[in-house]
Ligand binder design. Structure first.
Ligand SMILES: NC(=O)c1ccc[n+]([C@@H]2O[C@H](COP(=O)([O-])OP(=O)(O)OC[C@H]3O[C@@H](n4cnc5c(N)ncnc54)[C@H](OP(=O)(O)O)[C@@H]3O)[C@@H](O)[C@H]2O)c1
Length: 356
């Protein structure tokens, strides 16, 4: 790397405004990190949260990426220059502003990076990093389900509903929960019913129908685990009705846990949790002026284990990516799409940009 080399990326200029800036400093090569040339990026709702309020000024945003390794830090053992990879980065990180993924050259942590199989395009692979990390965190250290294994008989585990089964997180949650032996059900719109079934949902429920909760009850199974990928007051209320009367574990992917769930299910047997995927990096971070989060070594230890399992599940096609909508125009157009998803969130697909 030439010391004079710079890069181009999407940077938070001030809360509410992100712009493309060239001439940004080349990232530091930290011991547990690699530096990669990006090939594709995927959008996440959190990218806008960072722009609006969570990043302060200066950080590069973006979490999902794929690319080719250029350099590796001293502690990196699983990658070498030239490796074709994908991963999840801590975009909008006010403590390490250079960590975001929406840049031509990025830095990624080894334990949040995976080898890309040849059968996946860069665009498909770019859609996976955040979803895999989020689902791993929810199902295993939080819900304490058994890790995916071919030794687990199908349908031998708890009955789990993915609320928002057609979301990018939801389709991965369905697949991982199946591999952990769960019977899996999902809510989604009719238009996405084939998608959730193709990923392993035994039955789907159209949440727009006024009697969909009665339809779930009619299945006659106690749903003891719910992964709520929507996390609104409405979804929390619906999930409070769906969780078995004897209790169980409700997890809202969106932080915080909706009050509606806690109000309706205050009993101890109805466990309600939420978690931030950023804790998987094992480093201290902040939402400036809002909250500080100490490093979480236990979550980092899990992430190091999970990344190997997740990589294998992708390489053996046991976890498939969410459907992708590939758009051209690189970072310039990506910025426009971030505006678009504020009012028109993607449904049953993830918006992905190829590097221009
Ligand atoms: N805690 C963490 O670390 C973490 C990590 C990742 C994501 N998240 C959060 O998790 C949420 C989901 O992210 P994502 O990227 O997976 O979402 P996404 O793919 O953008 O979700 C879109 C899907 O949500 C469904 N949906 C939209 N509005 C709904 C509603 N009112 N009720 C029920 N379903 C609805 C739609 O289903 P249909 O089209 O089938 O109706 C659509 O397919 C976001 O809030 C995100 O910020 C948190």
């Amino acid at each position: 790397m030439s010391p004079s080399q710079t890069r181009t990326g999407i940077q938070v200029i001030r809360p509410g405004l992100a712009e493309i800036r060239s001439g940004l400093p080349y990232p530091r090569l930290r011991a547990d990190y690699l530096i990669a040339e990006t090939k594709a990026f995927a959008l996440n709702p959190t990218d806008n949260h960072h722009i609006d309020s969570l990043a302060g000024m200066g950080p590069i945003i973006g979490c999902d990426w794929s690319g080719i390794v250029r350099e590796v830090g001293d502690n990196v053992t699983r990658f070498k220059p030239g490796d074709v990879v994908f991963g999840g980065s801590h975009g909008g990180n006010s403590v390490e502003p250079e960590d975001g993924a929406f840049s031509d050259i990025i830095t990624g942590k080894e334990h949040a990076t995976m080898h890309k199989p040849e059968f996946l395009s860069f665009e498909e692979a770019a859609s996976l990093g955040v979803g895999l990390a989020t689902v791993g965190q929810v199902l295993y250290p939080v819900m304490k389900l058994p890790l995916p294994s071919p030794d687990i008989p199908a349908n031998s585990g708890p009955t789990l509903l993915v609320y928002g089964g057609s979301s990018a997180t939801g389709t991965i949650a369905i697949q991982a929960a199946k591999l952990s032996g769960c019977r899996v059900f999902a809510t989604c719109s009719a238009a996405n019913s084939e998608l959730v079934q193709s990923r392993g949902a035994e039955k789907w429920f159209e949440y727009h129908q006024s009697d969909f909760i009665e339809q779930i009850e009619a299945v006659g199974l106690a749903i003891t685990h719910i992964v709520d990928c929507i996390g609104t007051e409405e979804s929390g209320f619906h999930c409070s009705k769906i969780l078995a009367s004897t209790g169980g574990h409700y997890h809202s992917i969106k932080v915080p846990v909706p009050e509606s769930f806690k109000r309706a299910r205050p009993e101890e047997s109805a466990v309600a949790t939420t978690a931030l995927g950023y804790t998987m990096f094992g480093e201290r971070f902040e939402f400036p002026g809002v909250a500080e989060f100490p490093a979480d070594p236990a979550m980092e230890a899990f992430a190091k284990k999970w990344v190997l399992i997740a990589e294998r599940l992708v390489q053996t096609r046991r976890i498939q990516p969410h459907p992708v909508e590939i758009r051209d125009g690189g970072l310039v157009k990506l910025l426009d799409s971030l505006q678009e998803i504020r009012t028109q969130p993607p449904r049953g697909r993830k918006i992905v940009y190829s590097q221009a």
